[in-house]
Design a binder for this molecule. Structure first.
Ligand SMILES: *[C@@H]1O[C@H](CO)[C@@H](O)[C@H](O)[C@H]1NC(C)=O
Ligand SMILES: *[C@@H]1O[C@H](CO)[C@@H](O)[C@H](O)[C@H]1NC(C)=O
Ligand SMILES: *[C@@H]1O[C@H](CO)[C@@H](O)[C@H](O)[C@H]1NC(C)=O
Ligand SMILES: *[C@@H]1O[C@H](CO)[C@@H](O)[C@H](O)[C@H]1NC(C)=O
Ligand SMILES: *[C@@H]1O[C@H](CO)[C@@H](O)[C@H](O)[C@H]1NC(C)=O
Length: 523
């Protein structure tokens, strides 16, 4: 790969030979890996899914790579990031409930080895830019203590894009604290007020890339703030979207454009620094779009925070000169927990030292079009589930689910009042209340003809869908396929037996950084 890079081509013949004699020794066959994670980016928010939002860089990069069309993430920020970093389901880290709130004293268990540690063991330089959201109440939880050589970003789940301030109500103190959340390494970074985070983070990423020594393999985890709420964007990104009448959607579209530009800038930096020919670039969302903040998952049902396809079916693609079948669409079942074994495999590293993985190495499925080794996917099991932003009618549906629970489906022993979902092949089984179940209308279109509510189709406590033929989850078929239902309830019961108890501690008021402090470790 070095031979193809412009800078080496320009060197005298002898130097090139000299450099390449190092290739084997220094492991330059190991690809550089750049993982770009978008936040709350919905199914219908990318150009190549037909969105009215323009994403020329994402469209072009994915067209020359492999678009993942049967790709799943978790319905929320912390869970998706947790599985990306550990390769394990939520039930296996005790984090099956919700996200980590800023004052909760916990983090991904410290006995879980994380992806950057494994990449480091394989000889990689490891850098992270952007949102962490995997816990920070004590220093051992920070990204720099969990495998990243460098870190620049924020530790909580969201904040102001310009001031980098996060406001958190601390009920025990009867106050709402607004404080900075931005760090360079472990130090608070105070000098970036006014810098829009999408630009700030992409500048840091491009600077890491241009300073990188090409003979050392690079692992860069770029966790963008975009396009999570709050809806904030510099005016210049809004200009192309005067045709969007919904103000939220218009701001959101501008934020997506800024993100698309950031991805373009990162790609350009990889090309200019001569890394591109030996790079695998992955783009993924962390969960479905948030319809309350401009996102859209049309035509899928539900949204972020739900187990419907709108919450968990993710936008994703892989692009790389190393792909064997570029320009294809993969229909193979792939999950965010699969990246850890896949990337460690590409790195020539070992997962021997991890706890048992729930993810699979899916590189041959992506690169060569082989069948995915993943046959089943546990979306989640969360006995404490609550919808913090319920959509209209959901209280009534929750009651319905509880009333008819348990009668005909008790053989497996699985409590079907519990919020859970599992996928096997084309089948998806949901139990309990899956979360907001509306088909939100296509942006700019009239809702009345496209939206159905529970009045038409009341939810049951056990529901089965054929996702391959019914990706919109409109035809509930549990009555037609009782054997499939039995099997999947058995599988849920099997998984639930291996679940750790939920860890979801109460807020610790000692989190308060005071009027002049910054969010960060307090314990
Ligand atoms: C909390 O603060 C508000 C406004 O500062 C005040 O009105 C209220 O009495 C306080 N409540 C308690 C329990 O201290
Ligand atoms: C991309 O790079 C251009 C040129 O350096 C810069 O003006 C722009 O702000 C960058 N965009 C982002 C989102 O970083
Ligand atoms: C991992 O385990 C396998 C099987 O036990 C062994 O063959 C291999 O050498 C181990 N790899 C490392 C890097 O320890
Ligand atoms: C079943 O699960 C629901 C929801 O988590 C819970 O409220 C209920 O107590 C459970 N029932 C039994 C028998 O465990
Ligand atoms: C939506 O449909 C209703 C009823 O058909 C109609 O009165 C209304 O003008 C439509 N609105 C838009 C924005 O198309």
């Amino acid at each position: 790969a070095l031979i193809h890079s412009g800078s080496v081509m320009a060197l005298p013949f002898l130097s090139a030979v000299f450099l390449c004699s190092f290739c084997a020794v220094l492991g330059s066959q190991q690809p550089h890996i750049v993982f770009i994670l978008a936040d709350d980016f919905g199914w219908y928010d990318v150009g190549f899914h037909g969105s009215e939002i323009r994403t020329p860089n994402l469209d072009k990069l994915s067209a020359s790579g492999v678009r993942l069309d049967n790709y799943y993430v978790q319905p929320l920020c912390t869970p998706s990031r947790n599985q990306l970093m550990t390769g394990r389901y939520q039930i296996h880290t005790g984090m099956q409930h919700q996200i980590i709130w800023p004052c909760q004293p916990y983090c991904v268990p410290l006995d879980q080895k994380m992806l950057p540690q494994l990449m480091k063991e394989a000889g990689y330089a490891t850098h992270m830019v952007g949102k962490w959201h995997l816990g920070m109440y004590k220093k051992d939880c920070l990204p720099t203590r969990r495998g990243f050589d460098t870190y620049f970003g924020y530790l909580t789940g969201s904040e102001d894009y310009f001031t980098h301030v996060r406001c958190v109500p601390i009920s025990a103190l009867n106050l709402t604290r607004c404080a900075l959340d931005l760090r360079d390494g472990e130090e608070v970074a105070t000098t970036y007020k006014g810098d829009y985070s999408t630009e700030l983070f992409s500048q840091r990423a491009t600077s890491i890339i241009s300073k990188h020594t090409p003979t050392k393999p690079l692992f860069l985890y770029m966790a963008l703030q975009a396009v999570h709420s709050p809806l904030q964007v510099p005016d210049r990104y809004l200009t192309p979207y005067s045709f969007i009448k919904d103000h939220h959607r218009q701001l959101y579209a501008g934020m997506v454009s800024a993100m698309d530009e950031a991805v373009g800038n990162i790609t350009l930096a990889l090309q200019q620094s001569g890394l591109w020919d030996n790079t695998v670039l992955i783009f993924s969302t962390d969960n479905g779009g948030q319809t309350l903040s401009g996102g859209s998952n049309w035509p899928l049902r539900g949204r972020k925070w739900s187990l419907w396809e709108g919450g968990v079916r993710g936008v994703g693609f892989v692009t790389s000169p190393l792909l064997k079948r570029p320009g294809t669409v993969s229909r193979e079942l792939i999950h965010i927990s699969d990246w850890l074994p896949t990337l460690v495999g590409l790195a020539g590293g070992s997962t021997n030292s991890t706890k048992p993985l729930d993810g699979f190495n899916v590189w041959n499925a992506i690169s060569k079009g082989h069948a995915s080794p993943r046959l089943e996917l546990l979306h989640n099991i969360d006995p404490l589930y609550n919808d913090i932003a319920p959509c209209p009618g959901s209280e009534k549906k929750l009651t319905l689910a509880q009333v008819d629970s348990g009668d005909s489906w008790t053989k497996s022993g699985f409590n079907v009042s519990i919020h859970a979902a599992i996928r096997f092949s084309k089948w998806k089984l949901l139990t309990g209340y899956p979360g907001c179940d509306i088909w939100f209308p296509r942006p700019g279109h009239n809702s009345s003809s496209e939206t159905r509510t529970s009045d038409v189709d009341p939810l049951k406590s056990v529901m089965l869908f054929d996702i391959e033929n019914d990706p919109e989850e409109r035809n509930e078929v549990s009555a037609q396929f009782p054997a499939v239902v039995e099997y999947l309830l058995d599988r849920l019961n099997h998984h639930q037996k291996s679940a750790l108890p939920i860890n979801f501690p109460n807020d610790d008021p000692k989190c308060d950084p005071g009027p002049k402090g910054a969010w960060g470790p307090w314990a």
